[in-house]
Write a protein that binds this ligand. Structure first.
Ligand code: FES
Length: 89
């Protein structure tokens, strides 16, 4: 069941322009459906840095770039879920 994790979602102006508000509800649904035991806290963040590669999500030491409402499900499967379900020491 793991430790609580924080998934930071960039709410800076560039990521806002890229449509972060369309990504958020999908992300919330995916977390509830696909990782109900992972205790992930979703938090808005100020600009995370690489605006040109937005929308940016950050989970632990993983930075997820080029997120949008169309690819969030794939990004979730490929980058977020493996992190949440990884073996922890
Ligand atoms: S506004 Fe999102 S990384 Fe800068």
């Amino acid at each position: 069941m793991g430790q609580p994790e924080t998934l930071y979602v960039c709410m800076g102006s560039a990521c806002h322009q890229y449509g972060v508000y369309d990504v958020l509800p999908v992300l919330q649904r995916l977390l509830a459906e696909r990782a109900p035991d992972s205790q992930v806290a979703l938090k808005g963040a100020f600009c995370l840095g690489p605006c040109m590669d937005g929308i940016i999500l950050k989970l632990g030491d993983v930075t997820i770039v080029h997120v949008n409402a169309k690819n969030i499900e794939q990004k979730f499967e490929d980058e977020i879920l493996p992190y949440l379900t990884r073996e922890k020491n």
